[in-house]
Write a protein that binds this ligand. Structure first.
Ligand code: HEM
Length: 401
């Protein structure tokens, strides 16, 4: 579909690609003087940075503000670690979170989607984020961890505070980050206490949930410490919740926006997986990732000194004409689609199979339940802070049964 077939005005989701394009026009690698940051915008260099953790470290702690409570979460939070710790922790957690475990969740995800949509069965208009996109991934994570249903609410509360989009300005500086960390400290303490209690409970009464399996997982005779499990749970909440919410919301908006998409997918439901990949390419929920340069290096003809921050732009890379044919066309049949939305290299998203599974089940169920799902007014659609995540916050939809 071309942009000529666009329906209705959209504020943010069309602005982001323009921003990425503008940034890329200034060159594939450029220094942002005002922020003291190197920006990497083309596909080849973004992939090269992500594939070289020895030169581009994921441990940004020396560049970011610290907060005592937050330190407890750094253990087990392997997205911010380098080899060899990263490899060991990811291997341990992978034992518990296997493709079979993820595939086994399908019936439960279907039941949850049905239950969430039943709750709006008597309404022709509802907020798709509130009704489905927000609660689904958080309940899936809470259930996976063996958290009892009456306590799922706690996970929802923590996720919304931890994610902290509201605490940051549009271009946050160090002082904003420090304030944000300060503000979430009480939530971190509460969550830490709860998850430690849950781990102790599972240690005494193991079940078949992920927490029990994390307790039992072992690599080279070494097991996870309790505090590492807490850090991993925090990582799941931050990395696995809002991103999946974003994917679901972005898919519904994009399918509505590019007229004909919804009808094409209904005519041939087997196309849905490719369409989801295109939504991921089009609007990556985390459009930027940070890395710290560990040693002087030449990238894109520039000399980058050690200890500087590099931001790789997944959103810009996903629209690089050197890698994608007609990158500015939203094409639900695009194949292959080597987008970088789940990252690349050793930190490639650990939950990608789960995110894809949830999206397939939820979007298919929306099509089965409703003859149409439309966004009646884009004026009523609101967005998350784009400095934190590319996603809708409120998405009022009108359905026809
Ligand atoms: C890593 C995106 C869903 C868990 C990542 C990374 C990206 C990403 C870009 C790489 C970060 C880096 O290199 O610094 C996404 C998107 C999602 C999604 C766009 C949904 C559309 C999930 C889900 C889970 C999850 C559902 C778990 C339930 C993780 C974990 C890592 C990760 C644990 C760290 C992997 C590592 O460092 O080795 N994700 N994610 N993600 N993601 Fe996801």
């Amino acid at each position: 579909m071309t942009s000529k077939q666009l329906k209705g005005p959209v504020v943010l989701l069309e602005d982001m690609p323009d921003r990425w394009q503008r940034l890329r026009q200034a060159g594939p690698v450029r220094y942002e003087e005002s922020q003291g940051v190197w920006q990497v915008l083309d596909y080849a260099n973004v992939a090269a940075v992500l594939a070289d953790p020895a030169t581009y470290s994921s441990d940004l702690s020396s560049l970011a503000p610290t907060q005592e409570d937050f330190e407890t979460f750094r253990q087990g939070n392997f997205v911010g670690m380098d080899p060899p710790e990263h490899r060991r922790l990811r291997a341990l957690v992978s034992q518990a979170f296997t493709p079979r475990v993820v595939q086994g969740l399908a019936p439960r995800i279907e039941a949850l989607c049905a239950q969430l949509l039943d709750a709006v069965a008597d309404r022709d208009r509802f907020d798709l984020v509130d009704a489905l996109a927000y609660p689904l991934p958080i309940i899936v994570i809470a259930e996976l961890l063996g958290v009892p249903p009456e306590e799922h609410r706690l996970f929802q509360e923590w996720a919304s505070v931890l994610f902290g989009g509201d605490l940051l300005g549009e271009s946050p500086d160090m002082a904003d980050l420090e304030r944000a960390l300060e503000a979430i400290a009480p939530t971190i303490r509460e969550m830490n206490g709860y998850v430690l209690g849950h781990i102790r409970n599972r240690r005494a009464h193991p079940g078949d949930d992920l927490t029990s399996q994390l307790i039992a997982a072992e690599v080279d005779g070494v097991r996870l410490e309790d505090q590492q499990i807490v850090g991993f749970v925090a990582l799941l909440l931050v990395a696995g919740h809002v991103t999946t919410t974003a994917l679901l919301g972005n898919a519904v908006v994009t399918f509505d926006r590019y007229s004909g998409t919804d009808a094409a997918l209904r005519a041939d439901p087997d196309r849905l997986p490719l369409a989801i990949e295109e939504v991921l390419r089009w609007l990556p929920p985390f459009p930027e990732l940070g890395r710290r340069v560990t040693r002087p290096v030449v990238l894109g003809g520039h000399e980058l000194p050690a200890d500087t921050l590099v931001m790789v732009h997944l959103g810009a890379a996903n629209r690089d004409p050197a890698r994608f044919e007609a990158p500015e066309v939203f094409d639900v049949t695009r194949h292959p689609n080597p987008h970088l939305t789940f990252g690349h290299g050793i930190h490639f998203c650990f939950g990608a199979p789960l995110a894809r599974l949830e999206a397939r089940i939820a979007l298919r169920m929306l099509q089965e339940r409703f003859r149409s799902v439309a966004v009646p007014s884009y004026e009523d659609v609101t967005y998350q802070n784009p400095a934190a995540i590319v996603a809708v916050r409120q998405l009022p939809v009108e359905v026809v049964r």
